[in-house]
Design a protein around this ligand. Sequence first.
Ligand code: AGP
Length: 604
Amino acid sequence: MCGIFGISSTKPISNQLIKGLSKLEYRGYDSAGISGHGINSKLITIKATGPIKNLKNKLSKLKGITTAVSHTRWATHGQPTLKNTHPHLSEYIGIVHNGIIENYIDLRSYLKRKGYVFKSDTDSEVICHLMNYYFNKTADMQSSIVSTANSLEGSYAIAAINTHTPHTLYTSCKGSPIILGKGLDANYISSDITPIIDHTKHFISMDDGEFAEINSASIKIFNKNKKVIKKPTKVSKIDKNQASLMGHRHFMHKEIYEQKTIIKDMTSRYVGTNKILPNIFGHNTDKLLENIEHIHFVGCGTSYHASLVAKDWIEQFSKITCTAEVASEYKYKKINVLPKTLFVSISQSGETADTISSLKKALKLRYTNTLAICNVAESTLTRLSSMNFLMNAGPEISVASTKAFTSQLFTLLLLTVILSRKYGKTEKKMVQDIRQIDKKIDELYKMEDEIKKISSKFKNKEHTLFLGKGTSYPIALEAALKLKEISYIHASAYHSGELKHGPLALVDKKMPVVCFLPDNHLARLVLSNLAEVEARQGQTFIFTNKKIARNKKQVEVIKMPDCPDLIVPILYIIPAQLLSYHVALKKNTDVDKPRNLAKSVTVE
Ligand code: AGP
C-alpha cells in the first residue's frame, strides 16, 4: 500500500528519490509524487499517475534539491488521479500520508469553514490544511504537528515539509510505521527499510505518538509533549542484494527459488539431530508452551492459510484444541478465551492492519501469552507481541507470497513438535522428517519444465477448481489464491469431499480441476472424489506420489517425490507456486505487482 520516503541531504537527491520510490513499488501503488525545497525554500512538487517512470519524466524540475518528501499512493479515498496523488499542499506545508483518517469528513467541514479550499477527494488532504492552520496560529512547526496529531482519528504515518524551515523534514505516526535512517551526510524517513538500506543500515523505529525533525546533520525525536526523547539506533541485518532480482526475471521466481536455502538455514538454526533446539521461541518458552491447552491463530490471506495447516498439525499430534480465524473477522467477533490459551498471530510483513488490530484486541483478553510469527524485525506486530519468532526469510518483494508461506509452515511445524512433546509423540521421528525438507525441495525445482508445459492448459481458462483433503486442503486454498492473484483466473478451493455438495455442478470437460493427493490414509477417499470429476469429463491435474494409471486423456498426473506425510504441505505448495507463475507469464500479467493488490495491507 502507500509508501513514504523522505531525504534531507547535503547533496542533490532527485535520483535517490526515484530509486527509493521504485523500492517501495512492491507495496502496490497507482500514482507517485515528490515535494522538495527549491529556491528560497519554496516547494516544488511533481506528481504522476501510473508507473514511477512517468514521474521520472518530470524529474528535471527538481534539479539541485537536497530535501524532499515523496510518496507512492494506493488509492483508498478517491480515484488514482493526479489531483488525489500525494504530496498534498496547503499554503506553507506539503505532506505525504499513509493510513486512513477516520474523522476526515468532520475535519474537512471545519477547515472549509476556516476558508481552506480542498483540491482532492482524499482523506489525507485535511492533514496539510490542519498543519497549516495550526502553523499560522503559532509559527511553530512542532506545535503544529502536535495539534494536528491531537485532531486526527485513525491511523497515520506522515512526512511533512514546510517553506519556513529550509532543509528540514518532519514526521509523525500512529498505527502506521515510520523508520528513520541515519546516514553520513543525509538522513532519511521511510515507511519501511527497503529504500533506506541502499544508503545506510542504521535506523530508528518511531513509536505511536512520537514525532521527529530531521535535517542532513541530525535527527531529533520528541514525545507528544515536545520533550526530546532518546531512542536506540539499530543495525538492519538486511543485505541490500536480497532486495534485487539476482538474475531472475521476477521477484516471485527468485523467492520461489530461495525457499530451499531458507529452510536449510532454519533447519541448521533450530533443529538438532533428534530434537528441536531448546527455547527457539524465546527465553523459557518451552516451559510456557508445555502448559498450553488451546491456541487461537489469526492471520490474513496466505498467512491465514498457514494457520489452517498448523491447526491440523497440532490437533493431529496433541490434545491442544485450535481455532484459526481470518484477522478481519476475529476483530469483530466475541471471543471466548479459556484458561491456558495462546494467541498466535502470523504475518509476513508484521504491518497488516487487520492482524495488528486483532493482536491489540487479544492483548486486552485473558490469553496466557501472545506469539507473533513474522518476517520483518521491528514491525508493529513484533513490537506489540510478547513472544516473537522471526523467520528471517529476507525481504519478500513479490506481492504473491511464496517463501513467507513455506517459512511460516516450517516455523509452525517446529511449534507442533514442541507442543506434541508431552503427548508422547516421537520427536525423533518428526525431526528426521523435518530434516528431509530442504533436499526434497531440490527435486521440486526439477519439475519446473514439466509445469511450464502444463501451464499452457490454463492460459485460456476463466475458472478452475482446487481440491485437497486434510492438510492438503489449505494447500488447495493457497494454490488457488496464487493463481487468482497473479493470473486473474478465477480459482475456488474445496475440501475434495465437498465437491458433490455443490461445486460438482460446475464440472464439464472445460473445467480444470487441480488436486493435491499425497499417498496417505486419505488418498483412497480423494481418488473417489476425483472419479466423480472424471465421470463428468473434467480435466484433472493431480499432484501426487501415488501410482495412478495415466491412461485417461483428461487426467494429467504430476509426479511428486515420495515424502513423509508430515512435510507434505511445505512440499506440495512449491510446484503450485510455479504453476501460477508460469500461467501468469503466459498471460503476460504484471507478476510481481498484480493489479489492485498491495504487498502490505496497512488499512483495515
Ligand atoms: C498472498 O499472496 C497475499 N498477497 C496476501 O494474501 C498476504 O498473505 C496477506 O495480505 C497477509 O499479509 P501478511 O502476511 O504480511 O500479514
